[in-house]
Design a protein around this ligand. Structure first.
Ligand SMILES: *Cc1c(COP(=O)(O)O)cnc(C)c1O
Length: 370
């Protein structure tokens, strides 16, 4: 039975499970009677935006009576320069979440298929479903996107294929060679969306750059964000790069002021701040190796991470471990809703946060440090 409002709703959205946002840390602390909780649950950057970025935000405050620059002229031009593309190949969104929605709404017709890896970013299937598209879910293999199986899942009805590289929630990558083989099989009528939200953490000779395919004129859209390495998750700004014709179509449905003035100012300043990104990447690399050693000492398995988080197999019910970590003031993400019954996703934090997490984990697993 539908409620009266449900009978009024677009039927496509009725099948979508409601998103369950995490509680604010303060609320959780109050409920559990704890303080100093640490949040390693949303793959955020533990470092604040750099001074340079914070100053740019403050400098933009007096002009908040004005609408933002709807074309984000300076930011698009700076991004185009950085990536060696033309400014009309760059489009901006209120986080890359909005970019995913824009791409899907621009290209996916009702009944078209989208090939979606699973487990991966839950936003892909949600938006495909919302526009009446057909989600063709392809399971990961050994915690990695199975590009071979994804290529096989492409039919004449397939309009979009999502490739999260690195993938969330597993932090694994698909390699340059694997992507090359996949792209050789991608038909002209199918768009590959490379979601590279964590690219700064993934660099290495084996890591492919989706932009190479944009530059080669393939049907590829590359999505990037300022939410992770640039420490700007709270401001919501992401960008996409594609062929200028594709961008022009996408811009037809983009709300004119979708990226606010503070976000534009901050992102522009962040682009000139490679040292902040470098500092974060170094800290995350060190944190990852520290955590690997600790996991090994505890006899726990993990997926090799190329991002700022790790999929950890706790070898028992992950929801239970998650609840017990919460009581210790450490918030992580259980992957039980993805069908990964014994897996947690842990964001790599500052060295202090990582130590705190390990201490809590040891205590919860009944293996306190000697
Ligand atoms: C965090 C994340 C994003 C970034 O989302 P924003 O809306 O830019 O904050 C995009 N894709 C994946 C897979 C992510 O994990």
């Amino acid at each position: 039975m539908h409620t009266p409002w449900e009978s009024l709703a677009n039927e496509h959205i009725l099948g979508i499970a409601p998103y369950e946002p995490g509680k604010p840390v303060e609320e959780l602390e109050r409920e559990l009677g704890i303080h100093d909780a640490i949040k390693l649950a949303s793959n955020e950057n533990p470092l604040s935006p750099s001074d340079r970025v914070q100053k740019a935000i403050v400098a933009a405050l007096p002009a908040l009576n004005r609408y933002p620059d709807g074309s984000a002229h300076y930011l698009r031009h700076a991004l185009a320069r950085k990536h060696g593309v033309s400014p009309d190949q760059v489009f901006l969104g209120n986080g890359s979440n909005e970019l995913i929605e824009l791409v899907v709404r621009t290209f996916l017709r009702s009944g078209d298929e989208a090939v979606v890896p699973h487990p991966s970013f839950v936003v892909y299937p949600m938006i495909v479903q919302a526009v009446g598209g057909v989600r063709v879910m392809v399971m990961l293999k050994d915690y990695r996107l199975d590009l071979e199986a994804m290529a096989r899942a492409i039919t004449p009805m397939t309009k979009i294929v999502f490739i999260a590289n690195p993938n969330n929630p597993t932090a694994t990558i698909v390699t340059r060679d694997e992507v090359e083989a996949f792209m050789a099989r991608l038909p002209e009528r199918t768009i590959a969306v490379f979601d590279e939200a964590y690219i700064e953490f993934a660099q290495g000779p084996d890591f492919p750059d989706g932009l190479d395919y944009v530059r080669a004129g393939r049907r590829v859209v590359v999505l990037r964000t300022f939410s992770k390495a640039a420490s700007l998750a709270g401001l919501r700004v992401g960008y996409g790069i594609a062929d200028a014709d594709a961008v022009s179509l996408i811009n037809r449905i983009r709300a004119p002021f979708n990226v606010n003035s503070l976000a534009q100012a901050a992102a522009l300043a962040a682009l000139e701040d490679d040292s902040h990104v470098l500092e974060c990447v170094r800290m995350i690399d060190a944190g990852r190796h520290y955590l690997y050693e600790e996991f090994k000492a505890l006899g726990l398995r993990y997926a090799p991470s190329r991002a700022n988080f790790i999929l950890l197999d706790v070898g028992r019910n992950a929801s239970d471990i998650y609840q017990r970590l919460l009581k210790e003031g450490v918030i992580v993400r259980p992957l039980t809703p993805f069908g990964l019954e014994s897996a947690l996703r842990v964001t790599i934090g500052t060295p202090q946060e990582n130590r705190r997490f390990v201490k809590a984990l040891r205590s919860v697993l009944g293996k306190p440090a000697a």
